[in-house]
Design a protein around this ligand. Structure first.
Ligand SMILES: C[S@@+](CC[C@H](N)C(=O)[O-])C[C@H]1O[C@@H](n2cnc3c(N)ncnc32)[C@H](O)[C@@H]1O
Length: 187
């Protein structure tokens, strides 16, 4: 999908929340915690045009799975064209993640990757998504979120034991990347 089409999606749907897809630098940095040598269940919120999916599917093992949850119907339709047996696409809000996982026969996610604009969400919705993500995440798993500002750290710290923040400036606009996990490094 071209930047022009992406911009058209933004004009029609404020939840798209950015003028262009994430850069390759952001994709690489936001996924650096993922161990692609293992079979993984990865859930992605707000995949948009699929820039993360393209990168991850190239690296994921044949028995790994990628469950994508996208609110925008135009993007969801496009993502279905990926046509990879490891992928399932759900046109829904990330709020339904547990219901979707259950329908997919999944009770643990190794990684949850999120590009949804948390700053647009009501507090109860934001905390609902973070709590559900934490319940679904494997003990050694990571919740990985990229946002255009550093507003999410406090909320993440209410759900996860450890939250590390890093930045990627080679993105329009620059991106703040969070790596959150349930376990303390000593445990
Ligand atoms: C900033 S864009 C990121 C798109 C893509 N991941 C990228 O990095 O280029 C945010 C995406 O989240 C989607 N989105 C917004 N709110 C959502 C929600 N509650 N659940 C699922 N997707 C959502 C939007 O439709 C959009 O595709």
């Amino acid at each position: 999908m071209s930047t022009y089409h992406y911009l058209k999606s933004l004009i029609r749907d404020k939840n798209v929340a950015s003028v262009t897809p994430s850069s390759g630098f952001t994709v690489k940095k936001a996924t650096r915690k993922i161990d692609f040598s293992r079979d993984n269940i990865i859930i992605e919120y707000g995949p948009g045009t699929g820039v993360f999916a393209d990168y991850m599917l190239e690296r994921m093992t044949p028995d790994s799975r990628l469950i994508m949850i996208e609110l925008n119907s135009g993007f969801a339709q496009k993502l279905r064209d990926i046509g990879d047996p490891r992928v399932s696409v759900h046109e829904a809000s990330a709020e339904s993640v547990e219901e979707i996982a259950e329908k997919q026969g999944v009770n643990r996610a190794d990684y949850i990757l999120s590009g949804i604009p948390f700053s647009f969400l009501q507090d109860d919705v934001k905390h609902g998504i973070l709590a559900a993500s934490c319940r679904l995440l494997a003990d050694e798993g990571y919740f990985l979120a990229y946002q255009t500002s550093s507003h999410l750290k406090k909320a993440l710290q209410q759900h996860f034991s450890q939250v590390h923040t890093t930045y990627e400036f080679r993105n329009i606009p620059p991106m703040c990347i969070y790596e959150a996990c349930k376990q303390d490094s000593e445990s």
